[in-house]
Design a protein around this ligand. Structure first.
Ligand SMILES: O=C(O)CCC(=O)C(=O)O
Ligand SMILES: [Fe+2]
Length: 213
C-alpha cells in the first residue's frame, strides 16, 4: 500500500479537533476549542434561541436533577429549555449530528461508554450568574462530560461579564470568555466551575452532558 493511501485511511479515522479535546481532557480534565461547529450553525442556533426567548419559551432553571428540582435565584439565575435529541428541526438536528459523531469517536477510541446525551438552551439575563458547583449529583453519577457551547455574538467581551471560571486540579482557576462558537468540555465529576455575573447583555449558550448507562 502506498504511503499516501495509508495516511488517508488513518486520517479518515482520526479527527484532529476530537484528538485535541481528548488530549486536553487527559492532561487537565477540560478543553476549550473554538471551531467545533461551523460559524453558520452557530448563527442559526443563536437566532433560534433568541426567538424562543422572545416568545417566552424558556423557563427558570432549577437546582438538582430533573426529578428533584428547586429554583434558588441566589445560586443560579438562568432560563433554560431542554432540546429533544431527536428533534426534527434541521438546525437542532445538525447540532446533534455533530454531537453524535463526537460520542461515536469517544466510544470507539477511548471506550467511554457514552449512551445518553442531554442538552438545553440557556439564557443568562443581565445580573444573573451560577455559583460555584459540580455538575454531577451524588444520587446520579452518570454524567461524565459536560459540554458548553456559547452562542453570543462577536461583540461579546470581558466587559459583558458572564465568564466561565473553572477550578482546576492544580488549584488554579481558568477564566473563559463566552465567545461565539467556543466549546468547553470538562469532566463533570471532577471540576467545579461557576458562571460570573453578567454585567450587560444576554448571555446565550447550549449546555449538555454526555452520560453513561
Ligand atoms: O454556561 C456555562 O458556562 C456553564 C453552565 C453550567 O455550569 C451549568 O449549566 O451547569
Ligand atoms: Fe455546571
Amino acid at each position: 500500500m502506498t504511503k499516501s493511501l495509508l495516511s488517508e485511511l488513518v486520517s479518515a479515522k482520526t479527527n484532529s479537533t476530537y484528538e485535541a479535546i481528548i488530549n486536553d481532557l487527559q492532561l487537565k480534565h477540560f478543553s476549550c476549542v473554538d471551531h467545533f461547529f461551523k460559524p453558520e450553525l452557530i448563527n442559526q442556533l443563536r437566532q433560534q434561541l433568541l426567538d424562543k426567548y422572545q416568545q417566552d419559551d424558556l423557563k427558570k432553571a432549577a437546582i438538582g436533577n430533573r426529578t428533584n428540582e428547586t429554583i434558588i435565584n441566589s445560586i443560579r439565575g438562568d432560563y433554560i429549555q431542554w432540546i429533544n435529541h431527536q428533534s426534527k428541526n434541521t438546525i437542532e438536528a445538525a447540532f446533534f449530528n455533530k454531537i453524535n459523531q463526537f460520542i461515536e469517536y469517544l466510544n470507539r477510541t477511548c471506550f467511554m461508554g457514552i449512551l445518553h446525551r442531554e442538552f438545553h438552551y440557556a439564557v443568562y439575563p443581565e445580573g444573573t450568574f451560577y455559583k460555584r458547583h459540580l455538575d454531577s449529583f451524588q444520587s446520579d453519577q452518570r454524567r461524565k462530560l459536560s459540554m458548553v457551547l456559547y452562542l453570543n455574538d462577536h461583540h461579546w467581551s470581558i466587559k459583558n461579564g458572564g465568564e466561565l471560571v473553572i477550578y482546576t486540579h492544580q488549584n488554579t482557576t481558568e477564566t473563559i470568555i463566552p465567545k461565539p462558537g467556543r466549546l468547553v468540555v470538562f469532566e463533570s465529576q471532577l471540576l467545579e466551575h461557576e458562571v460570573k455575573k453578567v454585567n450587560s447583555g444576554k448571555r446565550l449558550s447550549i449546555t449538555g452532558w454526555l452520560k453513561t448507562r
